[in-house]
Ligand binder design. Structure first.
Ligand code: 3PG
Length: 306
């Protein structure tokens, strides 16, 4: 059996070594396709493999058509919006993710971006501190939880909204649960986004919502670019020169943001929230173990295309 690791954005070498160890111990062969750039290379590589480990790599119907022997795809990470679940089900392919394995790395980067923004992008002028500021965590999943844990160390006043997480669960962790996204944005100085990209959330971070933020508000995005209504955010940043936007997922309209909002906007050049050796090891090895468990014992824990 062949297991392909197809990562256009490669894991740290130490993580690949760990994945290889798990795959080979199970008696399988590891095939590595990194920084492949063009889809044709992916289409060629998937032809004779039974399993694939990916990151943000796109697995669509064309890839599934080319992968005649494929049984399982594991997204080493949380968000699986890059996989066509319906097509995978139609091809009888199991899709899994590895929830929680890279969430501390993403949460730490949210603070890296936050500190940079409140210190005026390190331009030498006097900024502000995070201590005592109201932080709004938009979605209280694995990353949101880690953000709350770190925010306590900064001495922030922590709020969260999650439509799917019971209030009691949030409040048990010393975080104030609010009843709506609108309330969260109206309340908080800093909003940290941790919602997945779904049909419901795409474009949902719009003018009306972000405009609720108090003077000097900061929006931090380590989630997905698709959740932002870019045209409306641009309009709002034009209208409100007090607002800042920092992101780990470069907007389609990056040039516009850079040219119009200098000093109030920053994007990492490449999404790098989960780009730590620790996160790569955790998510990569979890993916390898899930593949072995599935192929040897039929274990479907973490399946997302039920
Ligand atoms: C995730 O969904 O796990 C994160 O966004 C990380 O994605 P990446 O593996 O492409 O860095």
């Amino acid at each position: 059996m062949k297991v392909l690791v197809a990562t256009d954005k490669p894991f740290a070498k130490v993580a690949v070594d760990g994945i290889r160890k798990e795959i080979e111990a199970a008696g399988y062969e590891l095939v590595l396709l990194e920084k492949y750039g063009e889809k044709t290379k992916l289409l060629e590589a998937v032809k004779d493999v039974e399993a694939i480990i990916i990151r943000s790599d796109v697995i669509d119907a064309e890839v599934l058509d080319a992968a005649q022997k494929l049984k399982i795809v594991v997204r080493a990470g949380a968000g699986y919006d890059n996989v066509d679940l319906e097509a995978a089900t139609a091809h009888n392919v199991c899709v899994m993710n590895t929830p929680g394995q890279n969430s501390n790395a993403v949460a730490e980067l949210a603070f890296g971006l936050m500190v940079m923004a409140v210190r005026n992008m390190y331009n030498g002028t006097s900024g502000t501190e995070l201590k005592g500021k109201k932080l709004g965590i938009h979605a209280y999943g694995n990353v949101g939880r880690n953000v709350a844990r770190i925010a306590k160390g900064f001495g922030m006043d922590i709020y969260a909204f999650d439509a799917f997480c019971p209030k009691e669960v949030i409040e048990k962790e010393g975080v104030k649960a609010v009843a709506s996204a609108e309330e969260l944005y109206s309340t908080c100085d800093v909003i940290s986004l941790h919602i997945p990209a779904t049909a419901e959330t795409k474009n949902s971070i719009n003018h009306a919502l972000v405009n609720r933020m108090p003077k000097g508000g900061l929006l931090v995005n380590t989630a997905r670019k698709e959740v932002i209504n870019e045209a409306e955010l641009i309009q709002l940043l034009e209208e409100r020169t007090d607002l800042k936007y920092v992101t780990d997922i470069m907007p389609a309209a990056n040039e516009t943001f850079v040219s119009r909002f200098a000093g109030r906007y920053f994007s990492t050049p490449k999404k790098m929230g989960a780009q730590t050796a620790e996160a790569n090891i955790n998510a990569g090895i979890a993916a390898a173990c899930q593949i072995v468990g599935f192929l040897k014992e039929g274990c479907e824990k973490f399946r997302v295309n039920k």
